[in-house]
Design a binder for this molecule. Structure first.
Ligand code: TMP
Length: 245
């Protein structure tokens, strides 16, 4: 067996080579960062929890007909994934106004959007992941018009599926971030992770309390406490919803 080489280290995951050049091993970390890594910390057990949640959601999405990079999960914080060329885009889908949408538009937190909003951000830490216009995206040649159309369509399909899935967990999917990559056949696949790090998830049974309802990384970003418990709660509900399928 060949030695595993680190090919990429992000804020939440490390990617290693495997014996197969088409396959990488992702190690999910407990490290947590926010505000472009200006705030740093650790969430105990996060690597295992986010790997488990992401693995289940990718399996569910595959069964729904969405192609993902997911292969399997050989260890508690490990996911084997297809090696992709990741597009430098963060694709955000929003159903309810929160986070940077409120900050940049003045919309009140919790405003239900008439239709889902799909936004493209430039995945570039040095620049602080700025929001892109369509023209800037094409100017920088970050994706082709066909790829943008396909990604938008996929993001909305994924949103439909995830909204339904989380409704069965008694959770409202406020917004989330996706990443996509190209395989060796230039096929677009869903990549990265789907977890409380990358979604805003509000507990339906605590909707009247803006602090209690938060089951995602906003607990870390805003120092709301009980971060591990919230992540664990999401995992338990996801597992239950998958079992009852
Ligand atoms: P935002 O409101 O801060 O723009 O975040 C929108 C969604 O994207 C939210 O669910 C959190 C997620 N997100 C990430 O996964 N990574 C990031 O770096 C940022 C800024 C947001």
């Amino acid at each position: 067996m060949s030695v595993q080489t680190k090919v990429y280290e992000g804020k939440a995951k490390i990617l290693y080579t495997t014996d197969d050049p088409e396959i990488l091993l992702a190690d999910f970390k407990d490290d947590a960062t926010a505000f472009n890594a200006q705030k740093r910390g650790s969430i105990q057990g996060k690597g295992n929890i986010n790997n488990s949640i992401s693995s289940k959601l990718f399996q569910q999405l595959e069964a729904y007909g969405i192609k993902t990079h997911y292969i399997d999960s050989p260890g508690p914080n490990q996911m084997r994934v297809k090696a992709l060329k990741i597009l430098p885009l963060e694709v955000v889908v929003r159903n309810i106004a929160a986070g940077s949408l409120c900050k940049q538009t003045g919309l009140a937190l919790g405003t239900v959007l008439k239709q889902p909003l799909v936004e493209f951000y430039y995945k570039n830490d040095e620049l602080g992941d700025p929001l892109l216009t369509g023209d800037r995206l094409f100017l920088l040649e970050l994706a082709t018009p066909e790829q943008v159309d396909t990604i938008t369509h996929l993001a909305l399909q994924i949103n439909n599926f995830l909204c339904d899935f989380f409704r069965r967990c008694d959770i409202t999917l406020v917004d989330f971030k996706l990443e996509f990559g190209l395989d060796s056949q230039q096929q677009l696949l869903l990549a990265d992770e789907i977890s409380p790090d990358t979604c805003r998830l509000w507990d339906n049974s605590a909707q009247s309390d803006p602090n209690l309802r938060v089951l995602d990384k906003d607990r870390f970003r805003q120092d709301l406490g009980n971060v591990e418990n919230a992540y664990q709660e999401v995992l338990q509900r996801v597992l239950k919803a998958v079992e009852s399928n």
